[in-house]
Design a protein around this ligand. Structure first.
Ligand code: MEV
Length: 307
């Protein structure tokens, strides 16, 4: 039997950064994500695409694998993992790897484990949080929750993750608008802004909370026009937190001119991806981005009841 485990990538529809300070966020799982397989070994090894590391080499991925394995309480393993999307671009690559590797270790060590069960799910999320902790310091957990899900989720630090029922599928377009950026550094930059000007960040956090609450109603009612407007407003608040860039703003404007109902950065910003909500067919948005030289793809979220 193939013991390969999968986890989803994600886009954040609304709520990144504010979610670190307790606001809710809405995230959608992508088909492209990460896969992993694990085999018993004397010492930990990790092969990620063409790169590899081994226990004790001091690298972040090996320290993260050690933390993840300690959280699960399993013996050393050799792990082979693959990413189906760019890292550091707001698509949740690191969390997808953490969840896929945790699932692979569970499959390798507990042949009867049911990955979909609540008990295994909670252990996988705790292990992925230990992995994420090495890369991100103050991760809210939204990326790992999305990586472990399908469809769309509502997430907050206090309440965790809950599936959102979508009245209509979401036709999304995603572009790589800028170079990779470090989530750790972007989260730290908002923390520095908060230390200097707490009123700016606190206002943004309450603004985002209101937007997310309304966006959830839009998702449940199938009001994609309303959802798009809320995404645009969220992008303005993210600019106010100084996590947007010129190339992100340009890609958002281009998407809106091509008919997008709304567009914003996804993830930590400072570079990376933008997500646009299409009014039906995402192709005109993709064609505009391609003409601007941006790598991009379409994704549909939902269309069936969340699992
Ligand atoms: C990154 O995808 C989302 C952030 O809010 C960080 C986090 O919530 O862990 C920027």
């Amino acid at each position: 039997m193939d013991r390969r485990a999968r986890a989803a990538g994600k886009v954040i529809l609304l709520g990144e950064h504010a979610v670190v300070y307790g606001a809710p966020a809405l995230a959608a799982a992508l088909d492209r994500g990460a896969t992993a397989r694990a085999f018993p070994a004397e010492r930990d090894r990790l092969a990620l695409g063409t790169r590899s590391g081994s226990e004790g080499d001091g690298s972040d991925p090996m320290r993260a694998l050690g933390a993840l394995r300690a959280s699960l309480g399993v013996a050393p393993h050799a792990v082979e993992a693959e990413l189906e999307m760019p890292a550091g671009s707001g698509l949740g690559a690191s969390a997808a790897l953490g969840v896929a590797i945790a699932r692979a270790l569970v499959l390798a060590t507990e042949p009867d484990a049911v990955l979909g069960s609540a008990a295994v799910g909670a252990r996988v999320l705790a292990a992925a949080a230990a992995w994420e902790g090495v890369f991100h310091g103050n991760a809210s957990g939204v990326d790992a929750a999305a990586a472990a899900s399908s469809g769309c989720i509502h997430f907050s630090r206090a309440a965790g993750s809950e599936p959102v029922r979508l009245e209509r599928p979401l036709p999304l377009a995603v572009a790589v608008a800028g170079p990779p950026a470090s989530t750790r550094e972007m989260v730290a930059s908002v923390a520095r802004l908060r230390a200097r000007r707490p009123e700016i960040v606190d206002k943004a956090v309450s603004g985002v909370t209101a937007l997310v609450n309304n966006a959830r109603l839009c998702l449940e009612a199938g009001d994609l026009t309303g959802l798009g407007k809320l995404m645009d407003l969220n992008q303005m608040l993210l600019s106010g937190l100084m996590v947007s860039t010129e190339s992100i703003e340009r890609a958002c404007d281009a998407a809106r001119r091509a008919g997008a109902l709304g567009a914003k950065l996804t993830g930590a910003g400072g570079g990376g991806c933008v997500v646009a909500l299409a009014d039906g067919d995402p192709e005109p948005i993709l064609a505009t981005w391609r003409a601007d030289g941006l790598a991009c793809f379409a994704a549909t979220v939902g269309g069936a009841e969340p699992a």
